[in-house]
Ligand binder design. Structure first.
Ligand code: PSV
Ligand code: MN
Length: 426
């Protein structure tokens, strides 16, 4: 763990430069009548779960190039997330992927989580890979499978995930299915939907009343002709079939190029069915790049819809589960996660600055130019000083990556865990 003093020393060194940027921005915002501290408080409250499967270097089907010092156990993954949270004060929970990270000793893990000020946010099931001890194969699907015994095995796995989650006080089960087909005619679409719906219902019934099931969609991969849940409409149809505790999860990388994701987000919020987010960046498809690295304007427009709904009392959508879902092929995973969180927070901060009354008036008057310019003006506003100030006020680092590098954390992790340690995950 990093010493609190070490972070404060870095903050102290950068304080003058920070004040210069912050006071400039503060004055600009004051002139617009914006209450800066209320914005900072919202940034401070925004917490993004870190995936247990993304603390090591990811790879592609062609290769993997680990950078060393990767966590060798769930305990070390918790330590890594604790470290991230110490730096940015915005990553206080973990999403667990089962069976990559099975909690063997829940009582001890709960103690460790508490020491680091962390919680378990969600448990994610995995019926997209066959495990060595698994009797039946998911080669031709899991919850949609033609054979009842395979469906039962997949249902039981999801119920086991719920049990693991209960032991660690989680309240969310995330289901992503790789089920689909590669060739026309291979799968009967309607029967596949119905079998999936029935399987999901069995899992839903086993879930405690205060839990949420998040249903994730993805248009292609691993199957290239059809996926059983390719789009938000299909996720939505399953949620409607199941009940109020089932919600759609939007993974930013799970859309075909040029999809209007912000409109999908707005629709789901309007229906009260947006349950969670998997943040990442995407150029072509499910690239799992750093959040905000490829299409920052679209990312801002998505946050604009989120904040619009969050600040509208007529919207009844429950609070969302915010998570990162990324893979790091070339960057240090911890640096990439810190960078993603910074991008998420600075984009959220921008969306908080939008004058919604004015934008609403432009929209009602059909003044397309003024509405667009209002958004572009905010998008061009550099909000990084607000994020730095939020971190400073919370006891975190104003520049988390600089502190991480300055304290040679990766080198220390390599020293402790070895150059060849490989984390479970993607
Ligand atoms: C699938 O591509 C996905 O987005 C799902 O969320 C999985 O659980 C995750 O990636 C890890 O493979
Ligand atoms: Mn995902």
């Amino acid at each position: 763990m990093i010493l609190h003093n070490e972070i404060q020393e870095f903050n102290h060194k950068n304080r003058a430069a920070h004040e210069f940027h912050f006071q400039h921005l503060a004055e600009l915002l004051r002139q617009k009548g914006i209450d800066i501290q209320s914005i900072i408080d919202k940034i401070k409250a925004f917490q993004i779960a870190i995936p247990s499967w993304a603390l090591g270097t990811g790879g592609t089907r062609f290769g993997r190039f680990p950078g060393g010092g990767e966590p060798r156990s769930l305990e070390e993954k918790i330590e890594d997330v604790g470290l991230l949270n110490q730096l940015n004060r915005s990553s206080n929970s973990i999403s667990l992927h089962i069976p990559w990270d099975i909690p063997r000793d829940p009582a001890a893990l709960k103690g460790l989580l508490q020491t680091h000020g962390l919680t378990i946010d969600s448990v994610n099931s995995n019926t997209f890979q066959d495990q060595p001890d698994q009797p039946l194969s998911y080669k031709f699907g899991s919850l949609c499978h033609t054979e009842a015994a395979v469906r039962r095995q997949a249902i039981d796995h999801n119920i086991a995930c719920i049990e693991h989650g209960k032991a660690l006080d989680a309240k969310v089960l995330t289901v992503w299915l790789a089920d689909g087909s590669n060739f026309p005619g291979q799968q009967h679409f309607r029967r596949a939907w119905q079998r999936t719906a029935d399987s999901l219902a069995s899992i839903y019934q086993a879930m405690p009343d205060d839990w949420t099931m998040l249903i994730e969609y993805k248009p292609y991969e691993p199957h290239f002709y059809s996926m059983v849940i390719p789009d938000w409409g299909t996720s939505f149809s399953f949620c409607q079939h199941l009940g109020k505790n089932a919600q759609v999860l939007v993974d930013l990388g799970h859309h075909l190029p040029n999809t209007n994701i912000e409109q999908i987000v707005a629709r789901l919020l309007h229906f009260g069915r947006l349950g969670g987010f998997h943040f990442n960046g995407s150029m072509y498809g499910d690239d799992d790049l750093t959040t905000g690295s490829i299409k920052p304007y679209q990312f801002f427009l998505i946050f604009n819809e989120l904040v619009d709904a969050m600040s509208d009392p007529t919207v009844t959508n429950p609070p969302l589960a915010w998570m990162i879902d990324a893979s790091h092929n070339t960057k240090d995973p911890l640096e990439d996660l810190l960078q993603s969180v910074q991008n998420i927070l600075s984009t959220y901060a921008k969306a908080l600055l939008v004058d919604r009354t004015l934008l609403g008036a432009y929209q009602e008057n059909n003044d397309s130019l003024a509405a667009e310019e209002l958004l572009r003006d905010i998008f061009a506003t550099d909000t990084r000083a607000l994020v730095a100030e939020a971190a400073r006020q919370s006891g975190g680092a104003m520049e988390p990556i600089a502190v991480y590098r300055g304290l040679s954390i990766r080198e220390k992790l390599i020293e402790k865990r070895g150059r060849k340690s490989v984390a479970t995950g993607l």
